[in-house]
Design a protein around this ligand. Structure first.
Ligand code: ADP
Ligand code: MG
Length: 687
């Protein structure tokens, strides 16, 4: 299709700016969709204006003044009989001042904000209305606002998209008509015309909410393109061979008999799903979702046993050293009695020890390797790698699984992959984001867990919290104290934790206080964790490093400092460290007032529920899918028009349509992926 440079007003400079947004052709402009709309079609009475609302207002100027508080500002007081508002200008000309000072009627467009006395608009767009012409017409349709970059104004976007619409006829509609009809969707041309230039007869509310059929049509197409792209990725991955691992029932039996508990029904179901996958000669690509404490480790262990029973190796990687170490100790304890040897690799290991562990793996004396990302280094070679398990906790990101390399002995075969995450991703999101993975959900916690009671307290009540720790420890219980810092500096984090450790040690004379943070030596950390596990430490002061799966059932009190600074899922993870034993547990979220609206909503959500799926749903609503999945950087889940929460009901239809399209019109499927994902799709091809 035509290059954007063919359009009026697009010189080299603008072309370069557009290129930065991936816009090269007129078609790209047509798919540069409005982010939102401004409603200038009706005047909102001041009495019904709410903070945060962007609105067209109209009223009489009652009074104009120039104030010199911190900054010089021109203030215009406006009222309309239903309410009042203050217009605030920091930059203004003499002529502006004089125009406003003549009073009379004014019409403004801007965002209402809460001011000290009344609602305010800062630098609204405005026009002074003549009394005679008081009935000046409002705009007839909604005004599109486009996502933009420096140097391209909304006016330019409006002009460009207006010109682009003239080329609409050249744009092919890639959804077969029958398919669009089956799903009750308008044509592509109708849809694009409407979202770029909504006609006046459209009800603004429908468009503002993104529920108009035209928007649904585009959202459908976009979701479909994502789905097709991931499905293709999956197909490619599965085109290679993997070692079939039938397993050995006796080994699994021996393992299960040695456990002090029985698997939950959910664990058994997931184990069965994995078992069937591993027995096939195609690589397993399975994501296991299970809330913190749902017992994912045992499930992974059973998968490992099935792999090693076939005489093959397994590797387990976890995001952090403490977590990896804990897995190592656990697996070592479980597997040694079964006659297996477990190797351990981490970044902070001494060179000699490391060489020794690598040697164990290279010649197959160790069948299982546990470690951090250190396992991915080139010098680590496996005799024959059959299964890779990745415990991503909540940091799971699409890009990480792409980076997996083939460490099998011959390049033609790929190991099976099992990915475990504690992020309970809502099903619709998972179906779209992970269409290339099979999904298993452990939706049940082991029996006997007591729910964690959660309270939020301002940090002015710190003394009470310290008192509470003293009581809990006197009763033989254990507690965590988590320090957080807003800065992204690990050094500062650790210093803060050290300071807290010192002050708590002093405030709690009878209590044995331990400290772990990211800058301590691995051996030191391990010793402290072991002491805490053994009950030789009562209170563990830590940075957020402990979020990742530490398991100490006797710990029943969790204090999180500056909880307002952490994300919802991170708080949920941290809280998951308690409530693992029989005693009633509590979590204290200490915050520093004042709380922002979203921080308040996060803390409220945590107090209200301990259900990981509910929390994930709220998190998704507060942050959007890109952030929830941690893929913001890769851009692979940035939708232009679809909204996974709003359009969740489209997902099953999209899946169905994807199957049909691949079968009936594969070339169109390919073109759809190109249209919506273009270069972004290349991410999927790494690894
Ligand atoms: P996560 O899913 O967060 O990784 P873990 O695997 O660490 O959870 O398990 C949490 C705790 O629950 C561990 O102490 C584990 O031994 C225990 N556990 C796992 N499965 C069961 C079960 N079926 N019954 C009782 N306890 C279990
Ligand atoms: Mg775990």
């Amino acid at each position: 299709m035509t290059a954007v440079t063919e359009l009026r007003g697009v010189g080299p400079k603008l072309a370069e700016r557009l290129a930065r947004l991936g816009i090269h052709r007129v078609e790209d402009l047509l798919f540069h969709l409005p982010l939102r709309y401004q409603d200038r079609t009706r005047v909102v009475p001041l009495g019904s204006l709410q903070p945060g609302m962007e609105a067209l207002i109209e009223g009489e100027i009652d009074h104009v003044e120039v104030v010199h508080r911190r900054r010089r500002a021109l203030l215009a007081h406006v009222s309309d009989g239903t309410g009042r508002i203050l217009l605030r200008f920091f930059h203004f000309s003499r002529a502006q001042h004089d125009g406003l000072a003549r009073k009379g009627r004014i019409r403004c467009f801007g965002e209402a904000r809460r001011g000290p006395a009344t609602l305010e608009m800062v630098h609204p767009e405005y026009s002074l209305l003549d009394h005679q012409k008081a009935l000046t017409r409002v705009e007839e349709s909604l005004h599109p606002i486009y996502p933009t970059t420096e140097g391209i104004s909304q006016k330019v976007w409006y002009g460009l998209t207006g010109q682009a619409l003239d080329y609409l006829d050249k744009l092919p509609d890639l959804l077969p008509e029958a398919l669009a009809r089956a799903h009750g969707l308008p044509s592509l041309h109708e849809a694009l015309r409407l979202v770029h230039r909504p006609p006046p007869e459209i009800a603004p509310a429908e468009l503002l909410e993104g529920r108009h059929p035209a928007q649904r049509r585009l959202a459908f197409e976009e979701l479909l393109a994502h789905h097709l792209s991931l499905a293709r990725l999956r197909q490619r991955k599965q085109a290679v061979a993997a070692p079939p691992l039938p397993g050995e029932p006796a080994l699994a039996q021996a393992f299960l008999e040695a456990l002090p508990f029985r698997l939950t029904a959910a664990q058994r179901r997931v184990v069965e799903e994995i078992r069937a996958d591993l027995a096939r000669p195609r690589p397993m690509l399975r994501l296991v979702q299970g809330d913190v404490g749902s017992g994912k480790t045992v499930v992974a262990a059973l998968a490992v046993l099935q792999a090693v029973a076939a005489g093959l190796l397994f590797e387990d990687t976890a995001t952090t050293e403490i977590l990896a170490e804990q897995h190592f100790l656990k697996f070592d304890e479980w597997f040694t009695p079964l006659g297996l040897r477990v190797a351990w690799l981490s970044g902070s290991q001494k060179a000699a020890q490391r060489r020794e562990q690598i040697a164990l793996l290279a010649d197959g004396r160790a069948q299982v390797a546990v470690g951090t990302h250190a396992l991915f280094q080139d010098e680590v070679r496996f005799a024959d790698l059959a299964l890779v398990v990745i415990d991503e906790q909540h940091r799971f990101g699409v890009h990480q699984r792409m980076a997996l390399r083939d460490k099998g002995a011959d390049g033609a075969r790929q190991p099976h992959q099992l990915i475990m995450t504690a992020t309970p991703i809502p099903r619709t999101l998972a179906m779209t984001a992970y269409a290339d993975l099979d999904l298993s959900v452990i939706d049940e916690l082991p029996p006997g867990r007591s729910p964690v009671r959660t309270v939020a307290l301002p940090d002015s009540r710190r003394a009470e919290v310290v008192e509470r720790i003293a009581r809990a420890c006197a009763e033989g219980r254990q507690a965590y104290w988590v320090c957080t810092l807003v800065e992204d500096s690990e050094v500062l984090q650790c210093e803060a934790a050290e300071a807290t450790w010192a002050s708590l040690s002093e405030a709690l004379p009878g209590v044995r206080v331990g400290l772990v943070h990211g800058r301590m030596k691995a051996a030191e950390k391990e010793a402290t964790m072991q002491a805490f596990k053994a009950g030789d430490i009562d209170l563990l002061v830590a940075t957020t490093v402990i979020e990742v799966g530490v398991d100490v059932p006797n710990a029943s009190l969790m204090v999180i400092e500056n909880a307002e600074r952490l994300g919802l899922s991170q708080l949920h993870q941290l809280r998951g460290r308690v409530g693992r034993g029989q005693v009633e547990s509590a979590c204290v979220l200490m915050y520093h007032p004042p709380l922002s609206d979203t921080a308040r909503q996060r803390l409220d959500a945590l107090r209200r529920t301990t259900d990981g799926f509910e929390i994930a749903r709220i998190d998704l609503a507060l942050r959007g899918p890109g952030e929830v999945l941690g893929t913001r950087q890769t851009g692979s889940l940035q939708f232009r028009i679809a909204d996974l929460e709003r359009d969740a009901d489209l997902v099953p239809e999209v899946q169905q349509a994807a199957r049909r399209l691949v079968a009936e019109a594969p070339a169109q499927a390919e073109a759809l992926i190109q249209r919506w994902l273009g270069q972004a799709e290349d991410y999927g091809q790494v690894g």
